[in-house]
Write a protein that binds this ligand. Structure first.
Ligand code: AMP
Length: 143
């Protein structure tokens, strides 16, 4: 299964934000959208960072609630690992395991076209395993 086929099922919507938004805005956005990360973009739509709930926890643990008035750019990860639509589910799992993160923005020709979370990966991997098991059961039944 490819990243493209995951996006075909879940859609290409990505919650993005401006790095100048405050950490209070970040927490509000994460809570309201029920998501775990916001992709930060520049005015031309290029990916310039990612901020996840883990960054918020770290920021508040280190600086208290005063950090809520500070810009997300201070706490986001600027070196974002992205993938392309043609990459496989296995490549994505490998990226997430090695990088210890749970979100991968999808970029095609420099444009943000989607995001895959670890929840999406698990959901599609389970469906893939169930399909394979069904195929094996059918093969055994007809052999
Ligand atoms: P997460 O597991 O997605 O909540 O993120 C854990 C940490 O990795 C946080 O510091 C995020 O800013 C960072 N992070 C999340 N996704 C990515 C990514 N695709 N590339 C680089 N860093 C990331």
């Amino acid at each position: 299964m490819s990243v493209q086929s995951i996006l075909a099922l879940k859609g290409s919507a990505v919650t993005t934000g401006d790095p100048s938004m405050t950490m209070a805005d970040v927490t509000r956005c994460l809570a309201e959208q029920r998501i775990g990360a916001i992709v930060m973009t520049d005015p031309s739509g290029g990916v310039v960072g990612i901020i996840s709930e883990r960054d918020v926890v770290r920021a508040v643990a280190g600086g208290g609630t005063d950090v809520l008035s500070q810009p997300a750019s201070r706490f986001m990860t600027a070196s974002v690992v992205t993938c392309s639509p043609g990459q496989s589910l296995h490549e994505l799992m490998d990226m997430m395991t090695r990088g210890r993160f749970r979100h991968v923005p999808v970029v095609h020709h420099g444009k943000l076209v989607g995001i895959v979370s670890i929840g999406d990966v698990i959901k599609h991997r389970i469906a893939e395993i169930e399909r394979e098991a069904e195929e094996i059961r059918n093969y055994i039944a007809t052999a």
